[in-house]
Design a protein around this ligand. Structure first.
Ligand code: B12
Length: 208
């Protein structure tokens, strides 16, 4: 029996993962369904972390995931849509996870959004300054660790205090995000899936 892709990723079976991706893409499989399998593999790495895996294993998984995305990305961002809106995105202060953010940013760019990506570990004030400068329709936070929830709330509080909140839609994405996080920071949407996030963003700008 052939090995499952998500298991191969979590076991760091690099040759198998990269070969399987190429073969299945050539066979006409949807890059989005392959992405879902890779994401499942990363979730499994997360579950193994603290048991049999260490920080070095998280780093290994990130490296293999990036190589895999090198193969998938050209297929994911192949479509170029008409301009439908602007998204400002970033990973808040204290958090350096960016694999999912980068995927969402590419997907959004390939679907007609102009995206300004502030990167990782973004200070609260930088979010606010760049929102004033770039005037996005949507603010997208990417958040993978719980300590990053408070800085997001701080950004939101400043936006409300300066009357900048009403003209923006806000979405928070990332593997650990739930409806509770959305409520805590006062966002309009949340997601753990880039495609679902893209659909929410399209609806926000009336292009859904
Ligand atoms: C890879 C990884 C790392 C890598 C990150 C490399 C990188 N460049 O990103 C490294 C090694 C750096 C790392 C470090 C740490 N990590 Co880490 N990491 C992971 C792991 C295994 C996978 C995350 C990942 O990339 N998944 C794959 C991507 C594609 O999925 P995703 O991020 O969810 O993104 C998808 C969607 O959510 C969505 N999306 C993402 N962002 C956005 C934004 C918007 C706007 C939208 C619409 C959509 C969207 O689109 C993506 C595609 O569908 C997770 C496990 C997990 N369950 O997630 C732990 C995990 C997130 N890490 C964890 C921890 C604890 C840490 C460390 C504190 C470990 C340590 N002791 O130092 C540090 C924190 C460093 C810091 N200050 O940020 C915990 C967090 C627990 C918590 N609740 O706080 C997790 C959950 C592991 C665990 N089970 O304990 N980590």
């Amino acid at each position: 029996m052939t090995k499952e892709l998500f298991l191969a990723l979590a076991d760091f079976d690099e040759d198998f993962v990269l070969e399987t991706l190429k073969t299945r893409l050539e066979g006409g499989e949807s890059p989005l369904s392959l992405l879902k399998e890779l994401q499942k593999g990363m979730t499994l790495v997360g579950e193994r972390y603290g048991k049999e895996y260490y920080l070095s294993d998280l780093m290994l998984s990130a490296d293999l995931f990036n190589r895999s995305m090198g193969i998938l990305m050209p297929f994911l961002s192949a479509e170029e849509g008409d301009f439908i809106g602007r998204i400002l995105i970033g990973t808040p202060k204290g958090d350096i996870h960016d694999l999912g953010k980068n995927i969402f940013a590419s997907l959004a760019r390939g679907n007609g959004f102009e995206v300004l990506d502030l990167g990782v570990n973004v200070p609260v004030e930088t979010f606010v300054e760049k929102i004033i400068e770039f005037k996005p329709d949507i603010l997208g936070f990417s958040s993978l660790i719980t300590p990053a929830f408070t800085p997001m709330k701080e950004v939101m509080d400043i936006l409300s205090a300066r009357n900048l909140r009403a003209s923006l839609k806000v979405i928070v994405g990332g593997g650990v995000v739930t409806a509770t996080v959305k409520e805590f920071i006062g966002a309009d949407g949340f997601t753990t899936d880039a495609m679902d996030g893209l659909n929410q963003c399209k609806t926000f700008v009336g292009a859904g």
